[in-house]
Design a protein around this ligand. Sequence first.
Ligand code: SF4
Length: 60
Amino acid sequence: MTVTVDASRCIACGMCAYAAPEIFRVVGQASTVIAQPGDRNRRVRDAANGCPVNAIHIKR
Ligand code: SF4
């Protein structure tokens, strides 16, 4: 899977970095992807589902 964060939507709440700190890091005003997950990374999916502004996008 490939994960991206739409920085224009992100409100830097930090939930994704809490859920999957090896993948997301909040830098300044937005979360950034610091490493791509392998396939079937459930915590990344949970982070995407938990994002309050739907800023996390996953491609398979
Ligand atoms: S959960 Fe969504 S809004 Fe919150 S920091 Fe992550 S990408 Fe941004």
